[in-house]
Design a protein around this ligand. Structure first.
Ligand SMILES: NC(=O)c1ccc[n+]([C@@H]2O[C@H](COP(=O)([O-])OP(=O)(O)OC[C@H]3O[C@@H](n4cnc5c(N)ncnc54)[C@H](O)[C@@H]3O)[C@@H](O)[C@H]2O)c1
Length: 448
């Protein structure tokens, strides 16, 4: 099959590369000429385990092509994925201008029957909107071309995106015509050979499914963070509570870790977008609003603990931060709790020395250049280097090398033996034995 994927970010590049890997010819289109030029040279814009190999191999074989020209890609394709960003607008609603622009371009250049697939996360009703935009363009050109618009939301996780795409839990397809269902089935068949798992549904049902999935996961996290806050007040260790409730099969262990808040390009924006969608139809989304509010507060929790510990006196202190990406396995720092923490520390007069196994370049773009110039913020090359003469080590992202560090070396390097564990990675008993003061999330502090 000849396929075009418009938007070459986390979702578009993974989708394009994985579909090419199965023998299809894929054009990946992006408006960013630097991104496209780099991809042609085998330089990827993002870090994602396993992605570089399949991108380079499929590009070299000619199955994966990169271009800034949608008309060029359209000459050769019958299937179009729209995988551009849908960032939050000022009021929290999904900003649909990129999706609409792609629809306009498709309508402007379409010359033969096509299937247009919304892979971006989009509000209910977007497929209808995309259909209307394309139809208007075709009418303006005075041509008639058959096409259908399908909703095929993406459920991959950053950090495991290639694996998720290659071995999906489910493929949700919202399609209202038989031909589209057949083409989608053919396209995805190689990914689900041994376990058929395609779910066909209405287009609007598929659009809603994606938001409901992310909102459910965000709800689990915020719920657990709320329980954690209560545990701190009541002298309870939330980690024991987590194990106690996770063993109930109706609850399960996934997404019930207390922590310093969820980030990334999806949960925060999709919860906000669903709240906005609800308001548009005059529905009060009480649970979603609470999920969002709890998470905003949670992102400030590490800073609150630090402020309390030092009686508000952070001027001139240095903090070692382990982990900048919003989660392990990615270089993505969009809405990351590390950003909230570092901004708060530096605005309070402290200095930060941070380490992340892959997000160092992203971090350089994330913070003001003058912070790097005057030394208020340093991104260093190793986790122990970050600890030198720091007043505390703050663990923000649970990368594997942080899980069982050399506590003796850490204690030697820090100015004072203090750990703030934003992801409950450490065993308080061991921490106490090693001679650290300790704050977790939803646990009792260990103080000297
Ligand atoms: N990142 C994830 O983990 C994830 C998972 C599932 C779904 N999604 C959804 O997928 C969509 C894309 O997310 P992402 O993280 O890949 O975004 P991204 O920001 O990484 O990439 C979007 C890309 O689209 C390009 N683009 C914008 N307008 C364009 C146009 N007119 N023509 C061609 N290219 C254009 C941008 O230059 C950018 O490279 C969003 O709706 C998101 O919610 C993301």
């Amino acid at each position: 099959m000849n396929v075009t994927v418009v938007g070459t970010g986390y979702v578009g590049l993974v989708t394009g590369a994985c579909i090419a890997e199965m023998g299809n010819t894929v054009y990946c289109v992006d408006v960013d000429p630097v991104k496209i030029a780099n991809l042609k040279e085998g330089v990827l814009p993002i870090y994602e385990p396993g992605l570089d190999t399949i991108v380079v191999e499929n590009h070299n074989s000619g199955r994966l092509r990169f271009t800034t020209s949608l008309p060029e890609a359209m000459e050769d394709s019958d299937v179009f994925f729209i995988a551009v960003g849908t960032p939050p607008g000022e009021d929290g609603s999904a900003d649909m201008r990129y999706v609409q622009e792609v629809a306009r371009q498709i309508g402007t250049h379409m010359t033969r029957p096509a299937i247009v697939i919304n892979k971006s996360t989009v509000p209910v009703g977007t497929a209808d909107q995309v259909r209307e935009i394309i139809t208007a363009q075709l009418e303006a050109r005075g041509v008639e071309v058959e096409f259908s618009v399908v909703s095929n939301p993406e459920f991959l996780k950053e950090g495991a995106a290639v694996d998720d795409f290659m071995h999906p839990d489910r493929i949700v397809i919202g399609a209202d015509c038989e031909r589209a269902r057949q083409v989608m089935s053919e396209l995805y068949a190689p990914f689900i050979r041994n376990r058929p798992r395609t779910m066909f549904m209405g287009v609007r049902d598929a659009e809603m499914t994606k938001y409901a999935a992310n909102a459910m996961l965000a709800t689990k996290i915020s719920f657990m963070n709320e329980v954690a806050g209560l545990c701190e007040k009541l002298g309870v260790d939330v980690e024991n509570v987590r194990l106690g409730i996770g063993s109930d099969q109706r609850i399960g262990y996934h997404f019930i870790y207390a922590g310093c808040g969820y980030g990334g390009s999806c949960f925060p924006k999709d919860v906000k977008a669903l709240i906005s969608i609800a308001h548009q139809v005059d529905f009060e989304p009480k649970v979603l609003q609470a999920v969002e509010a709890r998470n905003e507060q949670q992102k400030h929790s590490l800073f609150s603990k630090i402020t309390t510990h030092f009686n508000g006196d952070l001027e001139g202190r240095t903090f070692c931060v382990w982990g900048l990406a919003f989660k392990p396995g990615t270089d993505d720092m969009r809405e990351a709790p590390s950003v909230v923490l570092i901004n708060s520390l530096i605005n309070a007069g402290a200095r930060v020395r941070a380490f992340d196994p892959v997000a160092h370049e992203t971090a350089r773009r994330e913070f003001p250049a003058e912070w790097f110039d005057d030394g208020r913020l340093e991104i260093v090359g190793g986790q122990y280097e970050a600890a030198i003469d720091a007043d505390a080590m703050v663990l923000v992202t649970e990368w594997k090398p942080f899980r069982h560090p050399d506590f003796k070396a850490l204690k030697r390097l820090l100015k004072a033996p203090l750990i703030l564990d934003g992801r409950n990675q450490y065993d308080p008993v061991q921490i106490k034995r090693e001679g650290f003061e300790y704050y977790g999330m939803g646990r009792q502090p260990i103080l000297a």
